[in-house]
Design a protein around this ligand. Structure first.
Ligand code: HJL
Ligand code: ZN
Length: 189
């Protein structure tokens, strides 16, 4: 005979179980979160809807999130991450390297841009200048979901230029179809 319940069910009132620790090696997990960001981006026929995350690779902590056109003006996802993280530390974007952890990585659904419309600094150059007071790069790895399609600027030389400057570019496979669907929302077919 099963024991009968006595009185109402008692709810657990002890400490909350620990949240699952982030795993810095689960790149697909971070790319999915970057894709979530891309989905927040307002569709625009003349650019791509991209999402990005800054992550401290030593701890797996997400430092910042961003998406295309999130910040004021004609802003890119990677640029928004840098602007927001710098601002949270009271600094302008160009000084973000002073406050980024030594082993910061960026996840972006699309290869960072190397050419922009007039008056904008490409994200590749923004990443290359994230140097700390010791003169060393703070972002040495870029995880990307897809290369940039040749639609607006011809072949994007983003990966090549990053690598020339000692920034490793790593493709995270698995979400390409969805990333491109989100990136091209609002484009003519
Ligand atoms: C990446 C973004 C974004 C693009 N690429 N990596 N992140 N929008 O947030 C690349 C595309 C440019 C167009 C138009 N898109 O955005 O090539 O007007 O958006 O400077 O070439 O350039 P502008
Ligand atoms: Zn860009």
């Amino acid at each position: 005979m099963p024991e009968e319940w006595e009185g109402p069910v008692k709810m657990w009132d002890g400490p909350a179980p620990p949240a699952q620790a982030p795993d810095p090696n689960d790149h697909l997990q971070y790319m999915r979160l970057a894709l979530d960001q891309a989905q927040e981006s307002p569709p625009k026929p003349t650019n791509f809807c991209v999402g990005a995350l800054l992550v401290d690779a030593d701890t797996g902590t997400i430092l910042e999130r961003g998406y295309t056109l999130e910040c004021e003006g004609n802003t890119h996802a990677e640029q928004c991450c840098l602007i927001k993280f710098a601002k949270a530390h009271g600094l302008p974007e160009e000084r973000v390297g002073e406050v980024l952890p030594a082993d910061t990585v960026i996840y972006t659904t699309m290869e960072p841009c190397n050419k922009r419309s007039v008056g904008n600094i490409p994200c590749v150059d923004r990443l290359i200048r994230t140097k700390g007071p010791d003169g060393r790069l703070r972002i040495k790895k870029v995880y990307l979901g897809v290369k940039e399609p040749e639609k607006f600027v011809g072949a994007n030389e983003g990966i090549a230029k990053l690598q020339q400057h000692g920034i490793e570019c790593i493709h995270v496979p698995g979400l390409e179809e969805r990333i491109l669907q989100v990136a091209t929302a609002g484009h003519e077919t």
